[in-house]
Design a protein. Structure first.
Length: 368
């Protein structure tokens, strides 16, 4: 049965490698930007946003795949998501706020209303409302945290759609759309695109030769997207009378998502063909993926401190490897107290949340 699933063992290892590389890509872009080396890098600042789109697609894929393995209740789903998110998100928000206060205070007296502004920023971030038009406030000291508001609301929208029914489903979805806001809902199809891979017979039927051809096509498509993404952004800004915030790249995000989905389908037969090599490197890949979430959420405040108080880097793009390596190792250490806490929190929640069979569903992939 494992071979019939989109995510089999080789593909799981490959996806973990992609997850870590995407987090590392976000770090590399922000490090280059902090140290004023963006012009020297072989990539553009758009790479970080593209990596987040990869995260959205991977999230939809992995979560729905997990739901197909066995019957899952809303309670089980909530525990799994909370245990995954909270051990990393909560300390990341608090550390980022402390770093922001520290760096602001080092420049002189704190401005009037600073405490109230900080309380709103921290509270909205902890409630994942930092991108909500009604309640949101920018997360202090952690610009990449914007995607967490999107991600968590996608978890909630998926749960309402699949675990509830009738008027409960309609009421829950309506409330969530109002709380999340238009900008977040606008990119929800990107998350659902990853979920589509689980159900697609086509995605499980490609050969190695087809995979190579599709990947070549995806590489060409990425170049096409680069040609029009900035023009599309500027055009959309002129057409829309309100801010789309981090969704303003939507006109290029949709074709980018389609490209990522096709690339993941194309990667599957290649991963299966190279299963021996992937399994040989499974240990290091799993370890790196195991702290990729902490790498994503903690790298920004760490870079802020390093750039302010660390030594200046000598000229040359290769020196950017130093802060990237330092932050990566620091996040690997931080993960010992964040992501490693997930199993313990899952057990704690499982003991304290009431049992109930309501909302138990099983989603089966369509036969290939």
């Amino acid at each position: 049965m494992d071979g019939e699933r989109f995510i089999n063992r080789p593909m799981s290892i490959a996806l973990d490698a992609l997850r870590f590389l995407s987090a590392l890509g976000v770090l590399a872009v922000h490090a280059a930007d902090f140290y004023g080396r963006a012009e020297e890098m072989p990539f553009t600042l758009r790479l970080s946003h593209g990596c987040v789109i990869v995260f959205f697609v991977l999230s939809g894929l992995v979560i729905v795949d997990s739901a197909t393995k066995k019957a899952m209740s809303l309670r089980d789903y909530t525990i799994a998501r909370a245990a995954r998110i909270l051990p990393v998100a909560v300390p990341a928000v608090l550390l980022s706020a402390l770093v922001h206060v520290w760096l602001t205070a080092s420049e002189g007296p704190l401005p009037q209303g600073f405490a109230a502004e900080g309380l709103r920023a921290v509270t909205s971030s902890l409630l994942f409302l930092n991108q909500s038009p009604a309640f949101g406030a920018p997360t202090w000291g952690n610009q990449p945290y914007w995607s967490m508001a999107y991600e968590v609301w996608y978890y909630a929208l998926f749960a309402a759609g699949f675990f509830l029914s009738g008027w409960q489903r309609i009421a829950a979805l309506a409330l969530m759309v109002l709380l999340a806001g238009f900008n977040i809902v606008l990119l929800f199809p990107l998350w659902l695109a990853g979920a589509w891979l689980v159900r697609s017979p086509w995605a499980r039927s490609l050969t190695v030769r087809q995979g190579v051809i599709y990947l070549m096509g995806c590489a060409a498509m990425l170049q096409v997207i680069r040609l029009f993404d900035l023009k599309a952004l500027l055009w959309l800004r002129d057409q829309v009378p309100f801010s789309l915030s981090m969704s303003e790249w939507v006109l290029s995000d949709y074709p980018l998502t389609a490209t990522v989905v096709v690339a993941l389908a194309a990667l599957r037969p290649l991963a299966m063909a190279g299963s021996a090599w992937l399994e040989r490197w499974e240990g290091p890949i799993r370890y790196a993926a195991g702290f990729s979430f902490s790498l994503y959420l903690f790298h920004f405040p760490l870079l802020m401190v390093m750039e302010r108080f660390g030594p200046e880097l000598p000229p040359g793009a290769w020196w950017m490897l130093a802060p990237i390596a330092v932050v990566t190792l620091a996040c690997a250490a931080i993960a010992q107290g964040t992501e490693r806490f997930t199993p313990a929190l899952r057990r704690w929640l499982d003991l304290r949340l009431p049992q109930g069979g309501a909302g138990r569903v099983s989603i089966r992939p369509e036969p290939a």
